[in-house]
Design a protein around this ligand. Structure first.
Ligand SMILES: Cc1cc2nc3c(=O)[nH]c(=O)nc-3n(C[C@H](O)[C@H](O)[C@H](O)COP(=O)(O)OP(=O)(O)OC[C@H]3O[C@@H](n4cnc5c(N)ncnc54)[C@H](O)[C@@H]3O)c2cc1C
Length: 818
């Protein structure tokens, strides 16, 4: 009996120690006490003491542990770890880790997340959003831009320059607006709701490009010259990295710069002879200054011993001899300025390198650092803005449009698609707010930016397809009245740029996330690359034993969470959200355990097993997306009306996590391990489901009914009711239709006939004739009918009008030549 009591106590205390991540020395101390107690209870004898001593003494005395345990393991580790190229190292080192680190480590501190400050707009930023941003939204005619001119109008270009839209990231001292990342995101969201061309044109110079690079790395002389000119729009920048031969594998660019002496502006100077062939470069056709990435070589050792200096970024005025620029690509009927450029033997002085000669060869590091910020802002914000506006518009349309004598939004099939749009819009806004908030706290969140870029552009594509389906033919027929089709057509652009999505999911999110967020892996890798052997062994020893304790703890946590249904985990709130915190904590522990098992069992192969990496990345991503929703809900004052949106977003994320874990286990190469992991994670099987039909119904109704929660969903989008803005017309008509329905019913009752819900003006006449309604009520019916007609109408054209604008131009040019 004593031995059973001793064993149970030992097991319970060991579990407690692993769960709470006790150190090796505390663990040893605990066992020492257990051994002493066991000796008094006569259940521990000489053999047990011997065993304890053989394990505990070498583990706790570093002079024995390091040479006899750590060193052999270190040598094995060095052998199995993949070689890392310099560019890989720089990509992994880029940026910082933030709350995603907590989610990766198995025990997220929710209070810490809720204590991050709520992002706010300054008075100047709010004025800009209410002033110039509204004005430019009113100025842009997206049909004219995309179909007739294949460009923004000259007035819009002038307005954008004058109001400093291209200078949101430039510091005030250089004449810029110096907006927070959060404010930039809100500006882009509003623009994106109106025109993709407009949002892309404004987004790019404020994202990765000469402005950002100059500000971070430029010399004072470069900053003083270029930044004020960029701020005023006197210079139009672009950034050229991608080559025909180097797309995703951008570090393989074949473009070169060779250091040599040549004449430049009449003087013999030390400079670079550049040759490049780039494509897909946004703003290149109209750019005056080209940020160019190329590989710099110094074959004559004019600046040092090294021949291949590596990727370098320079600013090249586009008027120089040898440059070809101006032709355009035509990206998916969303004709923002984008095109190729070539340079043949273009010579520039060395001080054209961004940051001067000392930044020669530092280009890749500069790019990945800047990308870790930019990727969290432009594309996620543009995607979010597009879907926020589409959510309101589609909700309104579903309420206004009737078939089978019912608003289509009352049909369950439509509710399912509407709920996806609403839930995603809520989540996307939460993610952009939390991620840009991190940037404003001084973070460069490279893993978060990859998560936000991938998932928000994917959600945008899925949601715009849902919106198109709900609109039926109205979404298909193009023209000034179609507010969805350009977003639908352009969706794959966001998927492709700034790291194509398949690559981002398969390689970047988890590849970078695992190494950056793991508390010990980076230290182990760094130790493996350390030249000082003694330091390397000491560092590795520290990381290794920390890692072992961490792994055991995550297994212990995972098992405990599974057996208790994670009901005993603490949560910062005891309301409807409590369960979400518990389940996210549980999956966080699972992720930490799965990561270690995958790294240990697959070693260097994990890099090649992209689908394993992608699924682990999915778990990390959905943990982050759901956390952002919880933060948003709290930051917005825990509004009960928003609960359906929050619940939908989180339940969808939780289901996606479960699916990713299940798919990972089904495909895990080591089947024995997979079975054990399956028992630990899903001892009672999978139990989470997609958001229920009832929840779908609640979200769908929320999108179709004017209310505070719906207003919050569309906050700061361009919804002005000036009679011209199609989104304003939709909002007004939604209200009018709802308001006139009781009047319409009164008419039907008075004339004892169930009229169809159209020709409401005729219903008004009948109601007045029957003395059933007042003149004011009749007016309401007439107004609602006008709005309804405007909303359901589609454009039609004379055949000649449909001939593409450029054919007209070509025809005219031909006629002129004749
Ligand atoms: C409209 C537009 C604007 C752009 N603007 C700019 C700009 O301003 N400046 C600039 O320098 N570049 C720009 N780009 C380039 C853009 O960033 C690249 O297109 C992008 O990096 C992808 O390269 P690629 O098109 O050659 O595709 P590829 O590299 O050929 O990729 C093809 C497919 O393979 C996948 N893939 C590649 N490697 C892997 C892997 N290891 N694992 C899994 N899948 C993989 C990709 O995800 C993609 O789906 C722009 C591109 C477009 C289309």
């Amino acid at each position: 009996m004593d031995i059973i009591i001793w064993l149970i106590t030992a097991l319970a205390l060991s579990w407690f120690m692993t769960y709470t991540r006790a150190s090796l020395s505390s663990f040893t101390f605990l066992f020492l006490i257990l051994m002493v107690v066991g000796t008094f209870m006569n259940v521990i004898g000489f053999i047990s003491w011997l065993l304890f001593s053989v394990i505990a003494i070498p583990l706790n005395i570093s002079n024995i542990r390091i040479p006899y345990i750590t060193k052999p393991l270190f040598l094995i580790f060095k052998k199995i770890m993949p070689e890392m190229s310099q560019t890989e190292k720089e990509a992994i080192d880029a940026g910082t880790t933030w709350f995603e680190g907590e989610l990766f480590r198995g025990d997220p501190d929710w209070k810490k997340m809720h204590n991050f400050p709520i992002p706010r707009l300054s008075a100047q930023e709010q004025d800009f959003l209410d002033g110039p941003v509204e004005q430019v939204c009113a100025l842009v005619d997206d049909w004219q831009t995309t179909h007739e001119m294949a460009d923004l109008s000259p007035e819009v270009w002038q307005f954008l320059k004058e109001k400093k839209f291209f200078a949101m990231i430039i510091k005030k001292q250089h004449g810029g607006l110096d907006f927070s990342a959060y404010a930039q995101s809100k500006v882009l969201q509003k623009l994106a709701g109106v025109s993709t061309v407009l949002a892309s044109t404004v987004g790019v110079p404020n994202s990765l490009g000469p402005g950002e690079l100059l500000q971070e790395y430029g010399t004072k002389k470069q900053q003083d010259y270029y930044l004020p000119r960029l701020a005023k729009g006197d210079e139009i920048p672009c950034f050229a990295l991608t080559s025909p031969e180097a797309g995703s594998d951008a570090s393989a660019i074949p473009d070169t710069g060779v250091i040599c002496h040549q004449k430049f502006e009449g003087k013999n100077v030390l400079g670079m002879l550049l040759n490049w062939d780039k494509r897909y470069i946004t703003l290149a056709p109209i750019a005056t200054v080209l940020g160019l990435a190329f590989k710099l070589e110094d074959p004559e050792h004019l600046i040092g011993d090294e021949v291949n200096l590596g990727i370098t970024c320079a600013l090249i005025p586009t008027h120089l001899a040898g440059i070809t620029i101006g032709r355009r690509h035509f990206p998916l009927n969303v004709p923002f300025q984008n095109g190729p450029t070539q340079g043949k033997d273009v010579f520039v002085p060395l001080d054209y390198i961004i940051g001067g000669q000392e930044m020669a060869g530092q280009g890749w590091r500069m790019l990945v650092e800047c990308l870790s910020v930019g990727r969290a802002i432009t594309l996620p914000s543009n995607s979010t803005g597009g879907i926020k506006t589409a959510a309101l518009a589609t909700g309104a349309y579903s309420r206004i449009r009737q078939q089978f004598k019912l608003p289509i939004g009352k049909m369950e099939g439509i509710e399912e698609a509407l709920a996806r749009i609403g839930g995603n819009a809520y989540l996307m806004d939460a993610v952009t707010t939390m991620s840009t908030g991190a940037i404003d706290l001084g973070e460069k969140p490279s893993v978060i930016s990859a998560i936000a870029k991938y998932h928000l552009t994917e959600k945008m594509r899925a949601s715009i397809i849902d919106a198109m389906d709900i609109h039926g033919g109205k979404g298909i027929c193009m023209g000034p009245n179609n507010y969805l089709a350009r977003g639908y057509q352009g969706a794959p652009i966001a998927i492709t740029v700034e790291g194509a999505n398949i690559l981002t999911r398969s390689l970047i999110i988890y590849g970078q996330g695992a190494i950056r967020c793991h508390p010990y892996v980076l230290a182990e890798l760094q130790a493996a690359n350390e030249h000082d052997t003694e330091k390397a062994l000491n560092d590795f020893d520290h990381a290794l034993f920390g890692h072992i304790g961490f792994s055991i703890s995550n297994i212990s946590r995972s098992l405990w969470c599974s057996l208790t249904g994670s009901h005993l985990l603490s949560a910062p709130f005891g309301d409807q959200t409590k369960r979400y915190y518990q389940l996210l904590s549980r999956f966080s522990a699972n992720l930490a355990m799965l990561s270690d098992v995958a790294m240990l069992s697959l070693g260097a192969d994990l890099k090649r097993k992209e689908r394993i990496s992608a699924r682990l990345g999915d778990v990390l991503s959905h943990l982050y997306l759901a956390s952002a929703c919880l933060k948003r809900f709290n930051d917005e004052g825990r509004q009960a009306d928003d609960l359906p949106l929050l619940q939908w977003a989180i339940e969808d994320s939780l289901f996606n996590i479960q699916t990713a874990v299940d798919a990972l286990l089904c495909n895990f190469p080591n089947r024995w391990l997979a079975r054990i992991l399956s028992v630990i994670i899903f001892p009672f099987g999978k139990w989470l489901t997609k958001p229920s039909d009832n929840l779908d119904h609640q979200v769908a109704q929320l999108l179709q009914t004017p209310c505070e929660a719906r207003n919050r969903l569309g906050k700061w989008q361009y919804l002005v009711r000036d009679g011209k803005n199609v989104f304003g017309i939709l909002e007004q008509t939604l209200e009018d239709i709802i308001a006139c329905e009781p009047v319409f019913t009164k008419v039907c009752l008075a004339i004892d006939k169930k009229l169809p819900f159209y020709h409401l003006d005729k219903a008004a006449e009948l109601g007045l004739a029957a003395n059933a309604i007042t003149a004011k009520e009749a007016q309401l019916l007439i107004k609602a009918e006008q709005g309804r007609n405007a909303v359901i109408s589609v454009d039609d054209f004379d055949s000649k009008e449909l001939i593409a604008w450029n054919s007209n131009v070509i025809d005219k040019t031909k006629q002129n030549k004749k």
